[in-house]
Design a protein around this ligand. Sequence first.
Ligand code: ADP
Ligand code: ZN
Length: 288
Amino acid sequence: MLLGALEAGGTKMVCAVGDETGTIYDRISIPTSTPEKNMPELTAYFQQYDIKALGIGTFGPADLHPASPTYGCITTTPKPGWQNFNLMGEFQKALHIPIGFDTDVNAAVLGEAVFGCMKDISTGIYITIGTGVGVGVMVNRQLLHGMLHPEGGHILLARNPADSYKGFCPYHENCLEGLAAGPAIEGRYGQKAVTLKDIPEVWELEAEYIAKALVNYILVLSPERIVLGGGVMHQEQLFPLIRQKTTAYLNGYLTTKQLEDMNNYIVPPSLNDNQGILGCLQLALDAL
Ligand code: ADP
Ligand code: ZN
């Protein structure tokens, strides 16, 4: 059975066609511009196939509540043209099939939960550290929505006293995203993050902020596994630093078998950066 998947991101839209086993048959990626430009391209792509349902994982904030009059809409994004845009509704009009709708990071956690490294656990989180920071949360095998959906990139952190970079989040001076997403590294050091690979203090500070955030997520959500993805996490030297600092900040307060096995607790994505699109396939299946 063919299913459609759309990962709607701030920089690119990834569309794919696959099936319920997680096999992907075709995929395209188009740059995110305006709905006027993107929507005809996106619907035309899916209309080529006999897909039975579509799953959308979108950048946010978005309305995920089926009973809400604005269900399926992107809401307050600063992205020009996308404010209050009825993303799901436009696909419903064009495709007339069931549609699943969630955030991009919830799709990623779902992908790992069904096809990857969270198969064996019930509560876990997926964090992307890229252009922004997003946190997808699965609790007892359900994706967490709550009031809106988690916006874990914007939790406030204790700043390193020696860090004078003011942060790039327009809302918060010291949130995780503003201090530690890719643009923060670039703003602090004046060059692309990837070119700073061999400067240890860059990654010490980056790991400090990420570990501080993880401690908060661990204490509040009690995840059994934490997956860290996104462009910045391609710097693999971050993983051991983050594991050490997370252990240090927890300071022995919790003793669990998971925290004793940090290499299997704080992990990279297991699905070759397909976790988001596979999660969208599962959203499609769940919508059927
Ligand atoms: P997006 O968040 O737009 O989906 P990415 O997850 O690739 O895309 O994140 C892009 C950000 O990650 C940019 O700020 C970029 O500088 C940073 N980035 C991408 N690749 C690397 C890398 N190999 N090392 C460090 N930073 C990276
Ligand atoms: Zn913020």
